[in-house]
Design a protein around this ligand. Structure first.
Ligand code: ATP
Ligand code: MG
Length: 330
């Protein structure tokens, strides 16, 4: 069975619709045909300042949300990144193979660092994509389900894998990005030209906020001055984004929705999409609460996950250390 690995940051109390439609929904389906490794990437989270207690809570909350979305810990290995020290260890080796200029071309770093005071931008934020490469390569992943914003990081991962392999002999599987068609980039409801993001909480539909609040956010989504409900990303980014979300959550095609809403107004579309979202998040939130009610069980799942992850990652790291010429410890 092909391997799959992906991760999500515990940088907010809640995942958002972009995380779900761009990545997490794929995580769930890919469990069927893949040997899956999914992690809550807390090492990545501290590339920007985090409150320690909040980070711990959000890490548990992230795991609970993944379980509630359908990640099955019997079939998939669900773990917390910091529980597996090999991630940071391999990252160092890969950093030494990464060009400074190469890392400097990462657009996510440019965007995220531009939003902070220069003094507050950490070296960790700069090397983040290399740690991400380590996450993936440790497990010899064939496929990495992610949203469109991760395409460039995946390209770097592939380059690093190939570079290592050609310098030291075939060691890593060269992974492919698995980016869903149609939902790879969900846009912010208040600014439908930029991506919905945990770190820019403007028009973000959070899976754990009150369903009423989500419905209200959708009703006040920024649209355009026309009246026609039609998919047209250039001229109607707001309406197009709503149609994409609507289609993804109901399985109805976009053309079908356009026909159904012929002659109706934006208000109708927004109201009904609000209802669709409420129907989706309400049972989800119920399941999250159940997992949180039993934190010991949750921690047990993560503990078992870390053990399974370590068995795989330790073997890869051993080979890597040997190939680069480190003296074995015993
Ligand atoms: P941050 O703003 O802190 O980076 P994020 O919202 O981008 O948070 P991540 O934890 O970085 O969330 O990403 C988790 C997964 O969700 C990644 O695979 C990413 O590509 C995907 N993703 C994030 N935002 C979107 C979006 N708006 N549309 C589609 N996929 C997304
Ligand atoms: Mg992100």
């Amino acid at each position: 069975r092909p391997r799959v690995l992906s991760g999500i940051q515990p940088t907010a109390d809640s995942f958002h619709l972009g995380n779900y439609l761009g990545a997490l929904r794929e995580w769930v389906t890919m469990q069927d045909e893949h040997d899956a490794f999914y992690c809550v990437v807390d090492l990545h989270a501290i590339t920007v300042a985090q409150d320690p207690e909040l980070l711990r809570q959000r890490t548990r909350l992230s795991a609970a949300q993944l379980l509630a979305l359908g990640i099955d810990p019997e079939r998939s290995t669900l773990f917390v990144q910091s529980h597996v020290p090999e991630h940071a260890q391999l990252s160092w080796v890969l950093e030494c193979l990464t060009g400074f200029g190469e890392a400097g071309r990462m657009t996510q770093f440019k965007d995220k660092s531009a939003r902070q005071e220069a003094d507050h931008v950490s070296v960790g934020l700069f090397t983040y994509p290399v740690l991400q490469a380590a996450d993936i390569l440790l497990y010899q992943a064939d496929a990495v389900p992610v949203g469109e914003d991760q395409r460039q990081h995946l390209e770097l991962t592939r380059n690093l894998a190939q570079r290592f392999n050609s310098r030291y002999g075939k060691t890593f599987t060269v992974p492919a990005a698995h980016i869903p068609k149609g939902t790879a980039k969900i846009y912010d409801l208040q600014d439908p030209t930029s991506k919905m993001s945990k770190s820019v909480p403007a028009g973000v539909v959070e899976l754990l906020e009150s369903p009423k609040r989500s419905a209200k956010k959708i009703r006040s989504a920024v649209t355009d001055l026309e009246r026609e409900i039609r998919y047209d990303v250039e001229n109607k980014p707001g309406i197009s984004n709503l149609l994409v979300i609507y289609s993804a959550l109901t399985g109805r095609g976009i053309a079908d929705l356009e026909t159904a809403y012929e002659g109706k107004g934006y208000g109708d579309l927004k109201k009904e999409l609000g209802e669709v979202v409420v129907e989706f998040v309400t049972p989800f939130q119920e399941r999250v609460r159940e997992y949180l009610d039993d934190p010991t069980e949750l921690d047990k799942v993560l503990h078992r996950g870390a053990e399974r992850a370590r068995a795989v990652s330790a073997e890869t790291l051993r080979t890597v250390f040997d190939r680069v010429g480190f003296l074995p410890p015993m």
